[in-house]
Design a protein around this ligand. Structure first.
Ligand SMILES: O=C[C@H](O)COP(=O)(O)O
Length: 253
């Protein structure tokens, strides 16, 4: 039985004060970590303050991206070693916005995933198809290819700890979520890819999330599906009440 996981991706939203206010508002109300892993992936500038704000509560803090090198001449980049030193335990890798706007590739996603494991950071690898790919019936092939490339060189033990978020690009921030049935089918396909590349045990351990216009109105239906272990949530994670509702749905589902 895989423990459910809800990760909020704040993207480039909030000020530090708004972030700390949010953490103070939700932290005592977040369901116990035995029921759900609750994660806030915040802008890098807020991570230190958020870690201090939620210390001792059931909330994990994650980053939204990082570099694969430890250090060096990479102006403006975020070092995985520095994230580890800060106490950051999760990092989103290969979000479609970063693939689209910041030149993230399957190769860099693979290198970042390996770097995350070297630094005790759990990677949340994002995959998903465009609307055109969906219309051409290429969803499963595209997603399988992204997953295979992201996992190259990982050990079975690493794969068991992995989190993969299936986010159809056409569903992100559009209010147009995938149906729970479709999302479940693609998440199941991802699990099969893991099984054929690694083992049944790896496939049963890896957590697969759905992302794309998840909100308090559709979370129950998504969480009821057997292949969906949780959600990566953008817009609906920005409001404390909505975020808490998502956590409760996952914890009690
Ligand atoms: O990482 C989160 C996804 O991009 C989903 O964003 P959204 O919930 O605003 O559609």
């Amino acid at each position: 039985m895989r423990k459910p996981l809800i990760a909020g991706n704040w993207k480039m939203n909030k000020t530090i004060q708004e972030a700390v206010d949010f953490a103070n508002e939700v932290k005592g109300l977040v369901p116990d970590r035995s029921k759900v892993d609750s994660i806030i992936c915040a802008p890098a500038l807020f991570l230190d303050r958020l870690l201090a704000a939620v210390d001792g509560y059931n909330v994990h803090i994650g980053a939204q991206t990082m570099h694969y090198e430890e250090s060096g001449a990479f102006t403006g980049e975020i070092s995985p070693a520095a994230l580890e030193d800060l106490g950051v335990s999760y990092c989103i890798i290969g979000h479609s916005e970063r693939r689209d706007m910041f030149n993230e590739t399957d190769e860099s996603v693979n290198k970042k995933t390996a770097a995350a494991f070297r630094h005790n950071i759990k990677p949340i690898i994002c995959v998903g198809e465009t609307l055109e790919q969906r219309e051409r019936n290429e969803t499963k092939g595209h997603v399988a290819n992204q997953v295979s490339k992201a996992l190259q060189g990982l050990t079975e033990e690493q794969v068991k700890q992995l989190i993969i978020a299936y986010e159809p690009i056409w569903a992100i921030g559009t209010g147009k979520s995938s149906t729970a049935e479709d999302a479940n089918e693609v998440c199941g396909h991802i699990r099969q890819v893991v099984e054929s590349s690694y083992s049944g045990s790896a496939a049963q351990s890896v957590k697969i999330l759905y992302g794309g216009s998840v909100n308090p109105g559709n979370i129950d239906e998504l969480m009821a599906k057997p292949e969906i272990d949780g959600a990566l949530v953008g817009g609906a994670s920005l409001d404390p009440h909505s975020f808490l509702r998502l956590l409760e749905a996952a914890a009690n589902g």
